[in-house]
Design a protein around this ligand. Sequence first.
Ligand SMILES: NC(=O)c1ccc[n+]([C@@H]2O[C@H](COP(=O)([O-])OP(=O)(O)OC[C@H]3O[C@@H](n4cnc5c(N)ncnc54)[C@H](OP(=O)(O)O)[C@@H]3O)[C@@H](O)[C@H]2O)c1
Length: 325
Amino acid sequence: MKAAVYTRYGTPDVVSLSTLPRPLLPADGVVIRVRATTVSSGDARLRSAHVPAGFGLPLRLGFGMFGPRNHVLGTEVAGEVVEVGAHSRFAVGDRVFALLGASLGGHAEYAAIRDNGAVAHLPRGMGFESGAALAFGGTTALYYLRDKAKLRAGERLLVNGASGAVGSAAVQLGKYFGAHVTAVCSGNNADLVTLLGADRVVDHTRQDFATLRERFDVVIDAVGNCSFARCAPALADSGRLLLVVASLGQMLGAMLRPVRSGRRVLCGVTPERAEDLQLLAQLAEIGAYRPVLDSVFPFDRIAEAHARVDTQRKRGSVIVTLVEA
Ligand SMILES: NC(=O)c1ccc[n+]([C@@H]2O[C@H](COP(=O)([O-])OP(=O)(O)OC[C@H]3O[C@@H](n4cnc5c(N)ncnc54)[C@H](OP(=O)(O)O)[C@@H]3O)[C@@H](O)[C@H]2O)c1
């Protein structure tokens, strides 16, 4: 099969198409013919080995010290099931989307995943391109807003980085949970986040949200430019600061001293769970959540897709489509 391969950390040109054996069918899993995938901010981090302060060594210990151990990136895919193991909950021909997590492998014509992994049926009527973009931002926003912050109806939520993959999902899920949502992005993306449901937009090129003289119950940072010291004036007395992008120091600080003057700082790594994908699919079916597509690249231009992600200006997700072999 064709796969996008990288054998050293670096700029987008380290990625090129190659031929690899098809993944084997797991005894308790499925093989998916990948129709669309994304280059996520996570893929770009693993390609470049550019991670928040303090995570450089852990990344190399986990993924390869002098070069990547796993040569195929790709965290999320949408496609058709082409092989199933015994007693699978899927059938050949099912249209599915999946989050492959740290095992990666989505930038290839075929991907394998165990039945108990994060794989679910695509929402009715949804195409593969949109399906590929449902999970990465959506599961992260769910994990932080629902599981970490326990966001409640009527609370005031601020989303920093509201036009990215995580932020655009956080705006929509924040509205779904009944919060009043303030979205922080550049003026270029104000219309987008308003369409997604934001009650108010702050243009970060004109105003620092921390100086708004307004206090929020929950602040979710999907940019990486927030610290407790910076955000404290914007947090309500029992407010929660969600650091989706945290340095190792911030993560340890949040674990050792989670409560600061009544406010909590929360970090973590989003888990991959089939039930979260099923919920996102249900929300998509009722129109409460839609993935935002920034751009679509054919598979042989995947290096350009990486370059687009590296601009840190993408709106939602960068899609890569695969043609049949
Ligand atoms: N902890 C976890 O488990 C977890 C899971 C997933 C992702 N992440 C991390 O979360 C981060 C966000 O991921 P993503 O895929 O959503 O990123 P992304 O899509 O690449 O974010 C791009 C967006 O960020 C906005 N942005 C850039 N600078 C900004 C600023 N100063 N203020 C406000 N918005 C700004 C841009 O909007 P404008 O052009 O309008 O400025 C752009 O739309 C990444 O660092 C990723 O590694 C962590």
